[in-house]
Structures are given as C-alpha cells and as structure tokens.
Design a protein. Structure first.
Length: 121
C-alpha cells in the first residue's frame, strides 16, 4: 500500500512531523524515521494499530488521543494538544512533535493547523 511521505512543518520554534500510522511489521522503520527528525513525542489520533512499547523503548513518548475521522477534535483534545505543545517547545527547544492518524491526511494535519493558527500564523 502506498502511503504519503512524512511531512515536516516548522514555524518559529515549533517543529511537527505529520505521518501515517505504521503497523507492527513497519514499526522499526517508522521509529527510525521519527528519530531522524528528532521526535520526542508522538500523538496518535486514531485507534491504536500497533504496539507502542517499541517506540517508547526508543525514548519517544506516545500519547493516545483518538477522535473520529472527519470530525473536529473534541475540546479536551484541543486543550491537551495546545498545552502539550507549550510545554514541549519551551522545555525542549528544537524538539519535534509527531502526530499521526490513519493516512496522515485528515485528523493529524488539523491538529497541526490548529497549533499554527493559535500561534499567529
């Protein structure tokens, strides 16, 4: 199955990586890609389809904040997302926060767009 390539978005002091979800079979390559971009936190906004333990073993925090495809993110997820970013980019300058949904084309980009709008872009 062809998947879109990861997309890195940088604005001021923020760095994001939008990607698709891996499978257990592709998890090693996926984790290597995250490390290449300096990802310290990964946010899953779809149902879990892989074991997060190998990712966390590599020092990458995995957060599960799923919401329905095609729906806006619930207020609690928006609040948690923005709070996470404020903390991460203040405490770990230069870090990258990755976010993925199933294909990396809907829910994940919405959260990144939200962050960019909130920061004045």
């Amino acid at each position: 199955m062809n998947r879109p390539a990861p997309v890195e978005i940088t604005y001021e002091t923020m760095r994001f990586l939008i990607t698709h979800n891996p499978t257990n079979a592709t998890l090693t390559k996926f984790t290597e890609e995250l490390k290449k971009y300096g990802v310290t936190t990964l946010v899953r906004v779809c149902d879990a389809t892989y074991d997060k333990a190998p990712v966390e073993k590599e020092g990458i925090q995995v957060l599960d904040w799923p919401f329905d495809d095609g729906a806006p993110p619930p207020g609690e997820i928006v609040e948690d997302w923005l709070n996470l970013l404020k903390t991460k980019f203040r405490e770990e300058p230069g870090c990258c926060v990755a976010v993925h949904c199933v294909a990396g084309l809907g829910r994940a980009p919405v959260l990144v767009a939200l962050a960019l709008i909130e920061c004045g872009m």
